[in-house]
Ligand binder design. Structure first.
Ligand code: UN1
Length: 496
């Protein structure tokens, strides 16, 4: 059995607790992929010390040179793409095609960070006084605690770690217990690419021990987290006590609108992909489909037929369209929501149960599930289920469609299928979400554009693109007075 280690101060070190957790394949729970340290708060402390010590040196390296190291990491990740994607499918369950996309997102983000090494733009502006020059530039924040979920085991740590490092921060990384091997490979790649000791530290373990120790540690300056809104609120509370910079990417209850003038075939492909890719376990997943009454029956029928025939199975089989969900407790949670939906009076027209049979019994396979007649304020319409469950809503026009879409505490992704430019423009303007797709599904964000949401989906930050550097840098404002005399802002007048 492969036993994995933490990476602290440039060394691979065994668990101090002597305790381990198992990483198993959700498509076949008998398959143990490896065991990983159940680390203690002491190990977090060591990692923070190493990161704090390494910060001065790392921050002093010019950003383009830090970028060179990330370019090397991108090249290694590119070379190992297929191997890592297969690891990803084994530990996460998502189908290979999607695992390759997950890895590719990491590669793209590393190359983008490499390029940003030669930009890291900031502003210069005129001074209100003569012979005075004003400029701003970006400095690193310090030590970042990075806590990521299992649903994008390469892309999400990449979104955070690569820009954090490029900007000159050092990192203590706590990966998810459900997909730790990708994290191990990612850190291995950074080590091979030449990241100096102490700059990236990896501490495996539980949220309740390792996660909490990171949140409370006084020498951690910032936290970047992706996960549920409940955990996000807890992070803000605990990490807020030591006034850390906090970036939270949280839940979603994303909807796709299908108008009566839409290309229904296209809308169908988008809806199926948005709802059932990654078995619905994306924060961007389509969990609500809002359809104009004129095409409701026709579209529902089309969707039902496709969903019913979706091939579910082990993601390593290239013909499979949907893999298992991550673990037993997630499977139970999804099923509980199905029961809640039924009790609430929604009509279950497809799925709503675990798949049975020899090829399924050792994994956590849930049937593609559809509810209709869902009351807009019911729990299944409002809460994030994070599984292959969609709710259908019938509306009479674009205004009602947008109203139903906005009726949620979340605001991450959204989509509308229409051929009418006026309806599309209205949706762009009125939908309360961080992301709106026109004639595309709610999933498929590109790494060089801002990613994040409004309302309870986050706390105002955007990962991705140039905006992620607002999370991982602090702005220094500089006034250079070359007048040779004391000039007083707000007091001196131009004439005097
Ligand atoms: C997530 O689920 O947390 O847009 C991220 C998408 C992916 C990223 C999802 N590129 O669906």
């Amino acid at each position: 059995m492969m036993e994995y280690k933490n990476y602290i101060n440039g060394k691979w070190v065994s668990s101090k607790s002597g305790k381990y957790f198992e990483n198993r394949n959700p498509a076949n729970w008998d398959e143990i992929i490896g065991i990983f340290p159940l680390s203690t708060s002491d190990e977090v402390d060591e990692a923070v010390k190493a990161a704090k010590k390494a910060f001065k040196y790392w921050a002093s390296i010019p950003a383009p040179k830090r970028g060179e190291i990330l370019r090397k990491a991108a090249e290694i990740l590119m070379k190992r793409k297929e191997e890592i994607s297969r690891i990803l499918t084994r530990e996460n369950g998502k189908i290979l095609k999607e695992a390759r996309g997950d890895t590719q997102e990491g590669i793209d983000t590393a190359f983008y960070a490499f390029g940003e090494g030669r930009r890291l733009f900031s502003y210069t502006t005129p001074s209100e006084l003569p012979n005075k020059f004003c400029l701003t530039f970006r400095r690193p924040v310090g030590v970042f605690g990075i806590i990521t979920p299992w649903n994008f085991p390469i892309a999400l740590p990449s979104w955070k770690i690569f820009p954090a490092l490029l900007a000159g921060n050092t990192v203590v990384f706590k990966p998810p217990v459900d997909a730790p091997l990708c994290a191990y490979e990612l850190v291995k790649i950074l080590e091979e690419a030449g990241v100096p000791e102490g700059v990236i530290n990896l501490v495996f373990g539980s949220g309740s021990v390792v996660g909490e120790a990171i949140l409370a540690h006084p020498d951690i300056d910032g936290i970047a987290f992706t996960g549920s809104s409940e955990v996000g609120a807890r992070i803000a509370e605990v990490a807020g006590k030591t006034l850390k910079k906090i970036s939270l990417e949280l839940g979603g209850k994303n909807a796709q609108i299908v108008m009566d003038d839409a290309n229904l075939e296209l809308a169908l492909e988008g809806a199926i992909w948005g709802a059932y890719a990654t078995a619905g376990q994306r924060c961007t997943a389509t969990s609500r489909i809002i359809v104009h009454e004129k095409v409701y029956d026709e579209f529902l029928e089309m969707f039902y037929e496709r969903a019913k025939n979706l091939k579910v199975g082990n993601g390593l089989d290239e013909s499979v369209e949907m893999g298992p969900v991550i673990n037993e407790s997630q499977l139970k949670k999804i099923h509980e929501y199905v029961e809640i939906g039924k009790k609430e009076g929604a009509k279950l027209i497809l799925g709503g149960e675990r798949l049975k049979g020899e090829e399924y019994d050792k994994g956590f396979f849930y049937k593609p599930t559809i509810f209709t007649d869902v009351s807009p304020n019911s729990r299944i319409a409002q809460e994030e289920i994070f599984g292959p469950v969609v709710c259908f809503f019938k509306v009479k026009d674009i205004d009602e469609a947008i109203e139903v879409l906005n009726n949620t505490k979340y605001g991450l992704s959204s989509s509308i299928y229409t051929q009418d430019i006026n309806k599309a423009m209205k949706a762009i303007e009125k939908i309360e979400a961080g992301i709106t797709y026109i004639n595309g599904p709610t999933i498929g964000a590109e790494c060089h554009l801002p990613f994040g949401g409004v309302k309870n989906t986050g706390n105002g930050h955007r990962e991705g693109g140039w905006t992620v550097y607002d999370i991982f840098t602090e702005i220094k404002t500089v006034y250079i007075d070359y007048s040779g005399k004391l000039q007083k802002a707000q007091i001196d007048t131009w004439e005097s």
